[in-house]
Design a protein. Sequence first.
Length: 113
Amino acid sequence: MIRQPPKKPRRTPCCTCCCSTTRVRSPAAKPFIKDHVAYRERHHRDGTFLVSGQTYPTSNGGAIVAHSVARSTIEQITAQDPFVANSAAKCTITTIIPGRVHPGLASVLKPAH
């Protein structure tokens, strides 16, 4: 009888990275900046967004790192972004299953529920 190695437990995704790429000229986003900032601040306050900001070069849009939220929920949250809702930007969502985490981040990064 051949012994099979024990199956490794499947890790739960804990980080979701939402990368916004501006698909329309920057002036198309200008009317929605105030609402976009309020949107980001609301989700930082509730603890969903860990980090957000512009990419470099800024012509690539911005990025948001969210955590402890199911992908379906982050899809709903992203759809509410005024830039996305008004077709000034398109988001790509990437879910990350960390292989290694810096000890300073371990208490912040918790599995999605």
